[in-house]
Write a protein that binds this ligand. Sequence first.
Ligand SMILES: NC(=O)c1ccc[n+]([C@@H]2O[C@H](COP(=O)([O-])OP(=O)(O)OC[C@H]3O[C@@H](n4cnc5c(N)ncnc54)[C@H](OP(=O)(O)O)[C@@H]3O)[C@@H](O)[C@H]2O)c1
Length: 330
Amino acid sequence: MSYQATESRYEGMRYNRCGRSGLKLPAISLGWWYNFGGVDTFENARAMARRAFDLGVTHFDLANNYGPPPGSAEETLGRLLRGDFAPYRDELVISTKAGWDMWPGPYGDWGSRKYLLSSLDQSLRRMGLEHVDIFYSHRPDPETPMVETMAALDAAVRQGKALYVGISSYSAEQTRQAASILRDLGTPCLVHQPVYNMFDRWVEDGLLEVLEREGIGCIAFSPLAQGLLTERYLKGIPRGGRASKTERVWLTEKDVNAHIDQVRRLDALARGAGRTLAQMALAWVLRKPQVTSALVGVSSVAQLENNVAALSHPPLGEDLLQEIAAVLAD
Ligand SMILES: NC(=O)c1ccc[n+]([C@@H]2O[C@H](COP(=O)([O-])OP(=O)(O)OC[C@H]3O[C@@H](n4cnc5c(N)ncnc54)[C@H](OP(=O)(O)O)[C@@H]3O)[C@@H](O)[C@H]2O)c1
């Protein structure tokens, strides 16, 4: 069935300026790390992408290796861009990244110019695009000179293959250096993509200040701690849930057990405040003025709707923030 985006799609979403750039991102963005790969059901991926766009989620975040198999999330997006989203390309912000292992040998990993630029060419082919909106260095490389990695990002822009560039998981000091190099090259760093959620607060230890000073936006990945900060694990580990996966294991039963008492208490606080735990967790991440967007993953349309509805609640009040802090301190 052909897709026509709903006319009211821009009415409910909030768009935040990304640092001191001209680009605005939706307060909730959609990540394609899981559930959009070749092993997943295409119809579900399509339903989530369509619903997201209908809700004003204009930003889809990808990386070369998302799948599985690696590359297949980009292929899924390519298929959708040729069909459903063809008329809407300029209403979408599409990002991809290179930095984690993608192909064998010394040129398919980390931060060399060789890897980044050939990977971007491959990504564009998989998605059937002439350019992405944002191209990221997916992680800092301790061996490649920072200037080489940043020059590769700058080259991607000069070649017309990316409109903006970003970095992911760079420390506060690495971010300061990267921003300075990129500024000198004439391609400002648009955005930093760090993990940020109630259980992982490393960005509060200097990174957010650097981003503010440098005028760089922040898109927080795994704001729901991969599903821990939702109702998903309240009754044990559900079949098909992230923590039950045997391939690409980034959330384990041990992680669930380590946090479940706090999760239960946070869930009670959320319910007392008339929201779901996921909605409270998203509002918590978005309470920081430096955070441009919360980058969620979803495995169903219902999860997506629940998350976007976080924006229809008022910001978290001071009392609730203190109660959350007390749970997190235990
Ligand atoms: N730059 C990087 O190095 C990096 C690293 C990781 C992620 N990312 C980006 O960040 C994106 C998001 O990461 P993430 O998937 O870990 O984010 P997340 O939002 O913390 O977790 C997503 C998972 O939480 C569960 N979930 C989401 N909403 C829910 C709801 N309302 N109710 C119940 N469960 C819910 C789902 O788990 P189930 O699948 O179990 O249903 C979903 O797959 C990725 O797709 C990727 O784009 C970037």
